[in-house]
Write a protein that binds this ligand. Structure first.
Ligand code: PEP
Length: 253
């Protein structure tokens, strides 16, 4: 199956002001005016979403997180419904920083995934192993657990219609400047697909894009798509430099 490559920018908790966020977005938008064969999604801090939405044009908006309840006494949280109403189309779920710093469990990620799908947003499920798990050759069991629990109780028909995708983000590669090797990324993709087939079957698995994230730059971006066969990229640090991000999108398409 041919996919339109999906390039997702995760700005994390950057930049520090709305003025800078608008400037960064404006610069990316200008540089990508004529890009039609790649789906570009920007995930800024949620406080900037509505302002950026007004400038969005062809660029899609995503959230870095969401809560699973729709409304109520959940201080500090933002629901998928709110994100949809503000103009988001995608939501990153289970980023390793959420898992590590905010102690999100696979069970919580499962609830978020269900909420995102129910709301009609596209979930980007992040999975990946720590450096220690890699050394101890635990990748298979780590992936199986993360995928199995995330998808638990989610109907196949719902996954199929949701635009669900998986981002393989080895934790040791995130923000480290040490990207995953191309062969490793290729094997990780095959392993993820094998696990997905066991839960969802072959035909649905074929429709699920698998992205790579972890120290992507304009120097290695193309190899992850052309050599490792990834269907897109999730980009952290490099997405904060508009010229570098534009370069990556142009290289990939
Ligand atoms: C990320 O945070 O999802 C990420 C991939 O970060 P970086 O590109 O900086 O490694």
């Amino acid at each position: 199956m041919q996919y339109k490559p999906l390039i997702i920018a995760n700005w994390k908790m950057n930049p520090q002001s709305l003025v800078e966020a608008k400037r960064l977005f404006g610069s990316v938008k200008k540089g990508l005016r004529n890009i039609k064969r790649t789906e570009v999604v920007i995930c800024p801090p949620s406080v900037y979403l509505s302002d950026i939405k007004n400038q969005a044009a062809g660029i899609k908006l995503g959230s870095q997180n969401c809560f699973w309840e729709e409304k109520g006494a959940f201080t500090g949280e933002i629901s998928a419904v709110m994100l949809k109403k503000i103009g988001c189309q995608y939501v990153i779920i289970g980023h390793s920083e959420r898992r590590e710093i905010f102690k999100e469990t696979d069970e919580m990620i499962n609830q978020k995934l269900k909420a995102v799908i129910k709301t009609g947003l596209k979930p980007i499920l992040c999975i990946g192993e720590t450096g220690e798990e890699k050394e101890q050759e635990k990748i298979v069991s780590v992936f199986k657990k993360q995928i199995k629990i995330a998808l638990s109780g989610v109907a196949k028909s719902k996954i199929s219609k949701s635009g669900f995708c998986i981002a393989y983000e080895p934790i040791w590669a995130i923000g480290s400047g040490e990207a995953c090797g191309i062969d490793e990324a290729m094997s990780a993709k095959l392993l993820i697909q094998k696990i997905l087939i066991s839960f969802l079957g072959k035909s649905l698995t074929k429709k699920i894009p698998i992205l790579y994230g972890g120290s992507v730059t304009s120097k290695n971006a193309r190899d992850f798509i052309d050599e490792a066969g990834m269907n897109g990229l999730l980009i952290g640090g490099a997405s904060l430099n508009s010229q570098e991000f534009i370069k990556i999108v142009k290289i990939v398409f």
